[in-house]
Design a protein around this ligand. Structure first.
Ligand code: SAM
Length: 314
């Protein structure tokens, strides 16, 4: 059995965002989830991003006075919108740069792994939001060890405990990429260079080395949430993620070919020097193999993005 430590899992994820947080803002990008285009690809990127955040907040009935916790808050755009609605919004992330960035924006972000949330957090919130982090919660090693169901079950148990039983809202929402063509997890642990170039396994291996993670399959969350939450609403955002990812790619390509390249190179050089292998994988994965974008391309993409709204059960 392949077993890796929690610190190792987190290192890949923290590194990934530490690097992206040097590149993305220089390309005019702050968020790491899909927008909502309502079928119109000409929707401006920022409008689509805001549409998605509004959708997520509406689904958990976020209004003045709502108590929201966002698991995996990234750079805090959703927290800012919740705050603008008059809600009390708290975010957690495992990336120190993101905490600092959020705090500079006047947002309440804490550096903590969701698995470490305990008693003082329980029963404190009307709603739990997981807008894009769950893809990092399981690793291929966990899938090899047949641990995925247990990990998602514990995640839903935690979300359940975070919610105040006396709240009239009691909702959770997850937006998560799911596998449609599920790979053999052992292949994600192989070097992409040992796999057939541009095969599914090649892309999955590149993605795992860059971002660190494994996806659920459709229907799995419903099983793992049974008795804790009832699924009340699902929308498919796969095409939205396709449009968002193509915009990310174009903006990064444009920035790399412009005078923005030099400040990006200067700011990311310390990271590249410290983590040359992961930095190389990430750059190749984004710009050369385009494995990130591959996930959402074609008429039958290998993944599906599901936005799922959950009602708390007694
Ligand atoms: C894809 S980003 C989404 C960020 C943000 N919600 C957004 O829409 O831009 C994933 C986020 O999950 C966080 N994350 C990953 N693993 C985590 C963990 N174990 N505990 C808490 N946050 C985690 C990352 O630090 C990052 O902020």
């Amino acid at each position: 059995m392949v077993v890796k430590s929690r610190a190792h899992d987190c290192r890949t994820i923290v590194n990934c965002y530490s690097f992206f947080d040097k590149v993305f803002p220089a390309c005019g990008l702050l968020d790491y989830t899909e927008g909502i285009y309502h079928g119109d690809p000409s929707t401006p990127y920022d409008v689509a991003q805001l549409n998605q955040i509004k959708y997520v907040l509406d689904e958990v009935k976020c209004t003045r006075g709502s108590r929201i916790v966002e698991i995996g808050c990234g750079n805090g755009t959703l927290l800012a919108e919740a705050q603008a609605r008059g809600a009390s919004a708290l975010g957690i992330t495992i990336v120190p740069d993101q905490v600092e960035f959020c705090r500079r924006r006047g947002l309440d972000a804490r550096l903590i792994d969701y698995r470490d949330l305990d008693d003082p957090w329980f029963g404190q919130f009307d709603s739990v939001i997981a807008n894009g982090p769950i893809e990092h919660f399981v690793q291929p090693e966990d899938a090899v060890a047949d641990q995925t169901e247990a990990i998602y079950r514990r995640m839903f148990e935690l979300f359940h405990r975070l919610i105040d039983p006396a709240s009239p809202i009691r909702r959770a929402i997850s937006t998560t990429i799911h596998f449609v063509r599920t790979p053999d997890p052992r292949n994600l642990l192989r070097s992409p260079w040992r796999l057939r170039w541009f095969s599914d396994d090649f892309h999955w291996s590149f993605l795992h080395r860059s971002f660190g993670g494994w996806y659920p399959v459709p229907g799995q969350f419903e099983r793992c949430a049974a008795g804790l939450f009832e699924l009340i609403h699902t929308t498919d955002g796969t095409h939205d993620y396709h449009l968002t990812s193509e915009e990310w790619l174009q903006r990064c390509q444009r920035a790399f070919l412009s005078s923005k390249f030099w400040p990006i190179a200067r700011d990311s050089l310390p990271f590249v020097m410290r983590h040359p292998v992961q930095a190389t994988h990430m750059l190749l994965c984004m710009l050369w193999s385009q494995s990130w974008n591959w996930q959402f391309r074609t008429q039958s993409p290998p993944t599906r993005l599901l936005r799922q709204t959950w009602a708390w059960l007694d």
